[in-house]
Structure formats: structure tokens, C-alpha cells
Design a protein around this ligand. Sequence first.
Ligand code: SF4
Length: 399
Amino acid sequence: MWDGVLSNEVMSECGFYVHVPFCETKCGYCDFYSVPLMDRPTSPLVARLVTDIEGRAGEYSGDIVTMFIGGGTPTVLPISDFRALFSALGDVAGTHKPREFSVEANPATLDEVKMEILASAGVDRISMGGQSWHPSELETLERLHSPSDIAPGVALARRFGIGRINLDLIFGIPGQTLETWAESLRKTIDLGVDHIACYGLTYEAGTRLTSQLRAGVLTPCDENLEADMFELAVEMLRGDGYAQYEISNFARPGQACLHNLIYWRNDMYIGAGPSAAGYVDGVRYKNVSDVGRYVQMIDSVGHAVLQKERVTGAALAGETLMMQLRLNEGIALGLFASRTGIDLQQVCGSRLEMLRGRGLVDVLEDVVRLTDAGRLVADSIISDLYADVHAAEALSDRS
Ligand code: SF4
């Protein structure tokens, strides 16, 4: 095994992420590590993934409190590999009894046999990529499913007792209007799911959508329209009882995604699978993002970690700030200082005061958080504060 960043003495609770790197096809906007399934055999990867899962879970004696199986699309695996994977995951869940066990799914790839396997393994939450209720918008995104797959997917999960359901939606799609966005929100709300995530479409390097944008064959959504879409989502979802707890995430009471909260609070998680990351005892690691090399590394050295670094000082403070400020609960200043060694009010005091004056942040006794107006320009606020933290460290290094 690799050299033991997983120190059981210091770990207590953490999340467990498992990455399944296959999809039916590659969506035009996607920059996650995933490869189209085509006729590719999946058993070699799944066998090593099971080894990786058992190794990660076995070397850890604290509590795994959340499990999240994502990708990729875990539900595209052929049934025998799907069964083998969830048998191993079910064993981990049986030992650790996590408070949440989520699986990502494409609504078109769910069936009764797979749902039975998920339910037997202890899965209690499904996160589905619905994205839009309009065929032309799904086509622009190059999604394989159709709007008519979404409601049956939700009904199937409920029939197997998996009642906690998230639906992802995307706004800012070329050709999307405020009306079609409102309709997608309304139809999703009417399904009664307890969690809805609304992401603005981003043009990531290396994706087909970005190439189309550069070639001028698609017209991006107007920035003001996109901001209106975001505001409409907040208004409609709040009106229907979904609390916004992170910039893009809305949940009924008690239904926030516990696993994603671990990321946003910059807490500990272990990871298995190609491209999966972990963050344990102050050390971040990342597995190789290549199925072939992953298989080779698991066979030859028992792990697939390609990069590993201890995160300290301004890097830790900047990273924690970037993640925690996305949460509506904001940053608890005392906790932040004890964890990072940096007093945020001292380092960013004048900027925070300026942002507070413009109504973009609330600065309370021990908490800094974005306001509704601040969430609309969250990226620029976070990047300015992040720059302040790094500038302060550079200054203290020179003095
Ligand atoms: S289904 Fe999800 S992971 Fe797979 S290509 Fe599409 S967006 Fe990416």
C-alpha cells in the first residue's frame, strides 16, 4: 500500500467517494473524467475498483459517514459488474452504517434489476442528471436521455424505497429562455423531489461545446438572462419550500446532501477509482485519470495515487474560504482561524468592510457569509478574498 497518509490516529469521520468512469456517450459540456462505454469491457476496471474500495475502507478505522458513488454514470455498468461493485460497496456500508449513501444516475439507465441491487446495498439517495425538460436543450447539451425518462426514473427509485432524490438542472443553455427555464423548474418541483441542484452552464476547456462556441456555431446565453434565470430559481424554489444552502443547491428541510457538505466545509474524505481525490489529515491526493493506468497501478503498487500534497498556510485558508463561502451558513471565523492559523478579519478586513457596505456580504460576530446579492457575484468576491489571503502570506514571508 502507499505510504500511509491515512493515519487512523487522527481520523474520526469522513466521506467516501467512488468514481465510476464510464458513460454511454460523452456529453458536449462535460469535463469530468469519463470515457464512452461503447464495446469496452468494464470487468477489468470494476475488479480493480473493488480492490481499491476494500483497501481504502479497510485501512480506515474511523467512521465513514457518507458514501457517494459518482462518475461518469455508475448505472451504465453491465449487470454482473454492477452487482460486483455494489456488493463490495454494500459490505462497506454494512460495516460503517453511513448516514447517507448516494448514487448518481442517468434517468435513462435505471431499471428494476439495478434498483433492486442498489436498495439491497443500502443506497438511500439517488442523484439524477435531469438537466432540462426540453428536448432541444437536452440535444444542445448532447444528453442521451429525454424529458420523458425523468419522472419514471424518480418513480422507480421511490418504488424501491429510495426516497431521497436530487435532480440536477442546468440553466444558461444556448437557446434556453426564461419561460423554458421556469417550466423545467416547475416540472421538477412538481415531482416532489427533496433536493434540486441548479448549475449555470460553463464552457470548460477541451469540451465540444467550447469548440462550438469558439467556432461561432452556437450563441451563448446572454449574461443578464443567465442572472435572471438564477434569480428565478432562487425565488421559485424558496417559494416552494426549498432552502438554498449552497449557491447551486436547494433542499427541503433536513435533506441537504451530507456528502457534498463535507466538500464544502473542506472536511475529510477518502476516494477510490480513476481520477478520484481524497483529503485526509491535511493531505490531498488524486488518483490517475486514466482507466488503463489505474488498472496497472492497482495491480503493481496497490493504489492509483498520482499526486499528493500537504495543504497548509495560505493554500489551506484560500481553499477553505473558496469552499465555505459557497455555503449559505458562511465561514465561522473562530473555527477558520483555529484550522488555518489565519484571522480572516485581520487579513481581509478592509475588503470585507467594503463588500459589507455594498450589501454583498454579512459580517456578523463570528460569521462571514454572502448575501443574496453577493451570491450573484460569488466568483469575483471569492477570488478577491482568496487573493488577499495569498498576498498576506507573501508579505509575511518577506518580513
Ligand atoms: S453523463 Fe454526466 S459524467 Fe457522463 S458525460 Fe454526461 S455529464 Fe459527463
